[in-house]
Design a protein around this ligand. Structure first.
Ligand code: FAD
Length: 607
């Protein structure tokens, strides 16, 4: 007689979690899984390893193999690279969640805030090959079996969010929905940086962090950042989602992956003559819904009564009061019906988050782009690294389908920067590097990014074919270091005055000694003789990796050359001009001033 082992309840809950199709269900099944496995979800750093250890289920093991492979990349240093960092991510869109995954892999504690309660965006995104590869490697196919099967290269935003949310939760990221971020709260008393949120009583209001990632989408501009507006000719987009009954007949209708007017004049002329619909382009993807996106000409929208009154200003033109919603539905329906050759005869609108027909008209005449990708803010001695990712950094031009690709590239770049922050790289250096990489983002295409997707990591060199990490130098990013201007000048003067006090000298001396130990012919005892040969300055440069420098090849007796070299690098990399001549006498106060400036510029982020 064979005894059937009972179905393990935690296996069943894992299955429910993997298959969950709403944000609420994902969170609920995950909480249940943690309960079943006696795992404390608050224990973010050990959460993944404990779940892995306790869930001995073949299906889960296949997923662990994928996640372990990613986590084994050397640069995460086995999840310790950012072990002391706490990161707040604003927005659980695809880019916020993708960034959160990388930060968790680096070992940081990560909290994500999302103002929406549900993941309800049906719109379908075209994906670049590297993003498909990346998502597969995170287990996308296990969470969503249909993910990019065959030649499919698209996914709905909500499915993408669900996949990333599941990975986030497994890696110990806290994701709070229905929580709106309203601004940063400066450190006060014992508290560090916190967020002002709605509802204010939510536990996330108490979270203190040293990294803030803004992934709030296109029009979200965090305080301290400037957006540039790129204005083109008037462009009106329409998106429409229809119910997909998943019948064989529906599955046979060919998709349209970007028919632009210039490529198919005849199609657009026929569309105009038969339906009075005039389009610049149209895309049709079959996914959870039948998804259409098109750029419509204003004249035809006016003629078909979709837009009631003509205005030059796009906001006035598309204001809800100036749009006939029923006429808009008919317009989108007729365009969808015609462009699929009548093969979708029963087009019924899917519902949007408000349970209304999922059709939207929007203006993309103006695209926004942030002038810079990052900054460091310091208040009361507490530093905060702020980085933008996704549409919040660069809003994509949707017909090019670059949103997720550039969004993920920026997510990796931001994670790379957080890694440097965690490892104590001086903030001006990491800001300069981040801005150097950011310059490349808008030019990235599938052709000029590396094709070796298996080698992709957060290290920019694995992704961008030619990247110069120092095309922007530290003196060019000094404005991105926003130091405490709120403190009264008298306090700041007192503080800088105190640096010249005896304890200030000692502290400076100790700092110099600490960061030059181990270098031959460098012994720092004072602010004069010890610096004469120039080797001590070169040792500091070497220690902080400001510039590649081969100290062993320097001649101790050639002080002019050594000092000249150091002065040049320190001016170039930190923007600090020399205060003495390379061959002259060293004046103690000038040297203290010079070294104080160097120390301040290289000061480390809080641990
Ligand atoms: P979002 O997806 O906008 O997410 C931002 C999140 O932040 C949202 O969930 C929002 O609720 C939340 N949030 C905002 N403010 C707050 C706050 N104060 N507090 C808490 N949460 C907040 N991209 C492609 O790659 N391929 C395509 O084919 C493509 N087609 C497109 C077609 C159209 C019509 C449009 C409009 C866009 C298209 N895109 C496409 C672009 C793509 O949708 C975006 O690039 C992508 O969604 C950006 O992700 P994100 O995470 O940066 O921002």
């Amino acid at each position: 007689q064979t005894i059937q082992s009972p179905v393990n309840p935690s296996h069943a809950v894992f299955e429910l979690f993997v298959q969950a199709q709403t944000c609420q269900d994902v969170k609920q099944h995950f909480a249940e899984l943690c309960r079943k496995l006696h795992v404390d979800p608050k224990n973010s750093r050990s959460l993944y390893s404990t779940i892995k250890e306790r869930l001995n289920f073949w299906k889960a093991k296949a997923l662990w193999a994928k996640l372990d492979k990613r986590a084994s990349q050397e640069l995460y240093q086995q999840g310790t690279a950012c072990i002391n960092n706490k990161c707040l991510v604003l927005g659980a869109g695809p880019c916020g969640l993708r960034t959160a995954i990388e930060l968790a892999l680096l070992g940081a504690q990560v909290v994500v805030l999302e103002k929406r309660e549900k993941f309800s965006r049906n719109n379908v995104l075209h994906l670049w090959p590297f993003t498909i590869y990346d998502l597969r490697e995170l287990g996308a196919k296990m969470f969503y079996g249909k993910f990019c099967s065959g030649s499919l290269d698209h996914i709905s935003i909500r499915q993408l969010q669900l996949i990333l949310l599941k990975v986030c939760l497994l890696l110990g990221v806290e994701v709070h929905t229905a929580v709106e971020f309203q601004g940063l709260k400066e450190p006060s008393g014992e508290n560090g940086w916190r967020a002002k949120i709605e509802p204010p009583s939510h536990p996330a209001a108490a979270f203190q962090f040293d990294v803030f990632i803004s992934a709030g989408g296109g029009r979200f501009v965090p305080d301290g950042f400037q957006h540039k507006e790129l204005r083109g000719k008037l462009a009106i987009g329409i998106t429409a989602n229809f119910i997909n009954g998943n019948t064989t007949a529906e599955a046979q209708v060919p998709e349209i992956s970007g028919v632009a007017r210039i490529f198919n004049q005849k199609f657009f002329q026929q569309l105009l003559s038969q339906t009075a619909i005039d389009l610049e382009n149209i895309v049709y993807y079959r996914d959870d819904t039948h998804y259409f996106v098109m750029t419509a000409k204003k004249k035809s929208l006016l003629e078909r009564g979709v837009i009631l009154q003509d205005f030059n200003d796009a906001d006035q033109l598309l204001a809800p009061g100036n749009v006939d919603h029923v006429a808009l539905c008919l317009y989108a329906h007729d365009a969808a019906y015609f462009s699929t050759g009548g093969q979708l005869p029963d087009l019924q609108f899917a519902q949007n988050h408000a349970r209304k027909p999922d059709v939207a008209m929007f203006d993309f005449t103006c695209m926004h782009r942030s002038e810079n990708a990052s900054l460091v803010r310091e208040r009361r001695g507490k530093k905060l690294l702020i980085a933008l990712v996704g549409d919040c950094l660069v809003e994509p031009f949707w017909p090019l389908g670059t949103g997720i690709a550039r969004g993920f590239l920026a997510a990796f770049d931001a994670a790379w920067m957080v890694r440097s922050w965690g490892m104590g790289v001086p903030h001006l250096k990491l800001l300069a590097e981040r801005e150097s990489i950011y310059q490349l983002l808008s030019q990235t295409t599938t052709d000029n990014t590396s094709k070796v997707y298996s080698k992709y990591s957060i290290d920019p060199k694995t992704r961008y074919q030619s990247v110069n990490l120092s095309s922007i130098q530290t003196h060019q990013v000094q404005h991105l270091y926003d130091a405490d201007k709120s403190r009264p000048t008298s306090t700041r003067q007192k503080e800088s005055g105190s640096r010249k006090s005896v304890s200030g000298y000692e502290e400076l001396l100790k700092w110099c000694q600490k960061h030059t130990t181990g270098h031959k012919n460098v012994k720092i005892n004072d602010f004069t003789q010890s610096w004469r040969s120039g080797l001590a300055l070169c040792a500091l440069i070497h220690h902080f990796q400001l510039h590649p420098i081969d100290i062993s090849s320097l001649d101790e007796s050639d002080s002019v050359h050594n000092n000249q070299l150091a002065f040049k690098i320190l001016q170039k990399e930190l923007g600090i001009p020399p205060v003495m001549s390379p061959s002259g006498q060293i004046d103690k106060l000038s040297m203290v001033l010079y070294l104080t400036q160097i120390k301040d510029a290289l000061s480390l982020p809080p641990k």
